[in-house]
Design a protein around this ligand. Sequence first.
Ligand code: PGA
Length: 253
Amino acid sequence: MTNKLKYFVGNWKMFGDFGSLKIVQKLNKFTKQSKLSYKKKRIILCVPNTLISFFNEKLKFKSISLGVQNCHHHQGYGPFTGSVSASMLKKAGAEYIILGHSENRSEGESNELIKKKIASALNEKLKIIFCIGETYYEKKRNKTFSVLNKQIKKSLKKNFDMDKIIIAYEPVWSIGSNKIPKKHELRKIIKFIKNDFKKVISTKKAPKVLYGGSVNSKNISLFSTIPEIDGFLIGGASQSSKKFIDIVKNYYK
Ligand code: PGA
């Protein structure tokens, strides 16, 4: 079993209501009873904005962390109908925030916009899960490395607090598709991201890099054989406490 800290981050996407508290409570209980300390295993659930403060109030002794999935780039309050800023989310109890998810990129979010969002979330001392990844079209044209490099270069600034940024590598073609990268390819890509980040940011410290895309309780055992992966961003499977818990359990089997 690995001795390094691993992250298991649930991305609920557009899912959940007050009744979903049951899922959160089960996950919290599992984490509390788990033998692995907070230093070794971190469970984070990124939920819709409508639920963050409710879950925060209901979970008296929190063993898991809660986060959200996007924010407006503007700091504080402003004339942006329907939007929510990082400071509002922080006040509602978010500790983490997913930014740059491909489902938002596909709605028009650019690397430059994501950079502004990261800056405003960092200002609020939120921890960022910054998503990058290539589309199937880009993969087929051997553009994976150049796409990842561009996403890192254009969305991160050297003066950002990098200790608060976790990268999530999510190949777009693998999200919700039941398709996952080949082990040797994934390993190469994770190593590339760590090295490229060090070059772009001019730092000696490699970032934490998670893998996301169709992670489930079966394929997790394959991912657990790749030591370079620091954890997982789990979409569909995180909407069920059993599936999420089985992923964590099977990782350490
Ligand atoms: P998936 O989603 O696990 O359902 O493929 C991952 C994600 O979008 O973060």
